[in-house]
Write a protein that binds this ligand. Structure first.
Ligand code: GTP
Ligand code: MG
Length: 349
């Protein structure tokens, strides 16, 4: 019995170390091949993700590297531990990841279903919707309240649209942590940003039923805290300059803290999304999956699509946060939790 629980603990610790290693691998990956994934799209052939060959070696190397890079554990607020990793990416790009390791008290655990809509599905599953080690972000209600306050404009904290850019070189030069929203056309990127900023009077974010509506990189500034970038959609009716614009932007932004890859929870992952995952993996930038339109999907669709996304993240990615997010711009479900993560990943929590 005792041996069994020791064994389980050992496996959990190893898994956490690998997760930390994964993130470090992503920071240190720095593969500089020319990205041509989005050019391959016309072929119509399903694009396989990078095979797992060699990934174990790179994880082991990353674990060793993580030690070398002075990764340190810090006593946190509350009961969870923060792992702070500072590493240099591509020589001059400082990347920072805060991993909030999941070690919740029972009171935190019981508040999570209310905060994180993924947990509403747990009663319908016999297995955990997310494994312990995949539960990275477990904020308290106070954290969410602080994050929510950031999305309210005031004289000293102005939230505004800055500009649209056709080319990445036209992007604003403010020195703010940035989050980019990428995904298929019509997946709900602009609607999500609009919903996040619903409290801001006079801030217009245009959405449309017609795919391919957003043509420019759109920059929104949230005080001196962070900025959000609405990207044109890929796939059907994507803008002619999408490849140069999106790839150039993702590769060149020095303060890009995280990229949110939006996937429709009603439709699930499509071929184009696999191409985007492949591209993000190759660029070795931190990203995560946000499942949109939760109000539209049936429970069965939600479970199936979330499970598929989780499996793809687990088996085929190195740079993706293991914890997907679930939101609805229409009903507002999951928005406070996502605001919490935005505040957290931009260093505002
Ligand atoms: N039911 C439901 N519909 C949504 C939701 N979010 C977006 N939509 C709808 O989906 C359509 C596309 O939304 P947009 O936000 O314009 O999508 P986009 O990803 O910005 O699209 P492009 O700019 O073309 O790349 C619109 O008709 C929205 O009303 C949601 O959470 N629930
Ligand atoms: Mg749009």
């Amino acid at each position: 019995m005792m041996t069994n629980s020791l064994q389980t603990l050992k496996v959990k610790l190893l898994r956490r170390a690998l997760c930390a290693g994964k993130q470090t691998a992503e920071m240190l990956g720095c593969r500089r091949q020319q990205c041509c994934h989005l050019h391959q799209r016309q072929s119509g052939v399903a694009h396989p993700l990078p095979s797992q060959t060699g990934s174990r070696t790179s994880l082991v190397r990353a674990c060793i590297e993580a030690k070398r890079m002075h990764c340190h554990f810090k006593r946190p607020v509350g009961t969870a531990h923060h792992l702070k990793m500072h590493s240099r990416l591509h020589g001059d790009r400082e990347a920072r990841i805060h991993l909030h390791l999941a070690r919740m008290t029972s009171s935190q655990q019981s508040s999570q279903p209310a905060l994180n809509p993924l947990f509403k599905l747990q009663p319908f599953l016999t297995q955990p919707i997310l494994k312990d080690a995949e539960l990275i972000f477990t904020p308290s209600e106070a954290d969410i309240a602080r994050a929510t306050a950031l999305f309210v404009s005031s004289a000293s904290h102005r939230i505004e649209f800055v500009r649209g850019a056709y080319y990445p070189e036209e992007a604003p030069n403010y020195n703010l942590p940035e989050i980019a929203f990428i995904g298929r056309s019509n997946v709900g990127k602009s609607s999500l940003i609009k919903a996040l900023f619903s409290e801001i009077e006079g801030l217009k974010v245009r959405t449309s039923k017609t795919p391919g509506h957003t043509k420019l990189l759109l920059f929104f500034q949230v005080g001196r805290a962070f900025s959000l970038v609405d990207m044109p959609g890929y796939g059907y009716r994507q803008p002619a300059n999408f490849i140069t614009s999106a790839e150039g932007f993702l590769k060149s932004r020095k303060n890009l803290r995280n990229t949110f890859l939006l996937v429709d929870s009603f439709v699930g992952l499509k071929q184009w999304d696999y191409v985007a995952i492949e591209m993000l993996e190759e660029f070795a930038i931190p990203y995560l999956v946000v499942l949109t339109k939760s109000d539209k999907a049936t429970r069965r669709q939600l479970i199936e699509n979330i499970m598929t996304v989780s499996r793809v993240i687990r088996e085929n990615t190195q740079g993706c946060l293991p914890q997907p997010f679930l939101v609805s711009a229409k009903s507002g479900e999951g928005l406070p939790f996502l605001k919490g993560f935005i505040a957290y990943t931009t260093g505002n929590l």
